[in-house]
Write a protein that binds this ligand. Structure first.
Ligand code: RB5
Length: 148
């Protein structure tokens, strides 16, 4: 699976950790930056790139990290076709994919530690959308808002 990653200075260190971990676990990583630690950088730049990569189908899933995860999530959801959520519990990280077709996981590196981040990421990446009528119906309603 191709996974796009992005982070500002608040999430840079966690992004580097997750990138190494995911590569070891045979995921294809598309790193959308930042590529160096820059305390002056801005999360919308990286969140937008990850969201566009996922929306274009170049990556099946995305993970965006900032200090809280909030800014990353606000930015990513501006892009049509993106269903990004800030999840700091493993239930939401997999149920968000299973019921809601969440395609981007946002994390707050100042809130959670690396072990929880690891569990959240694998819960998210291992989950699959459940193709039941009620979930498809709700997804179509979300998609119709994207078309407005
Ligand atoms: C950057 O200092 C911080 O504001 C940003 O990473 C993020 O927390 C925004 O939501």
């Amino acid at each position: 699976m191709n996974v796009a990653l992005g982070a500002d200075h608040g999430g840079f260190e966690l992004k580097q950790y997750l990138s190494t971990l995911l590569k070891k676990n045979h995921y294809e990583i598309i790193d959308e930056g930042n590529f160096t630690f820059d305390p002056q950088d801005d999360y919308p730049d990286f969140a937008k790139k990850v969201a566009e990569t996922v929306a274009a189908g170049k990556a099946e899933r995305g993970i965006i990290i900032c200090g809280s995860g909030v800014g990353a999530c606000i930015t990513a959801n501006k892009i049509k076709g993106i269903r990004a959520c800030l999840c700091h519990d493993t239930y939401s990280a997999h149920q968000g994919v299973e019921h809601d077709a969440m395609n981007i996981l946002c994390l707050g590196a100042r809130i959670i530690g690396t072990e929880l981040a690891k569990e959240l990421v694998f819960s998210f990446l291992n989950a699959k959308f459940i193709n039941e009528e009620r979930f498809v119906r709700r997804l179509e309603k979300i998609n119709s808002i994207d078309k407005q």
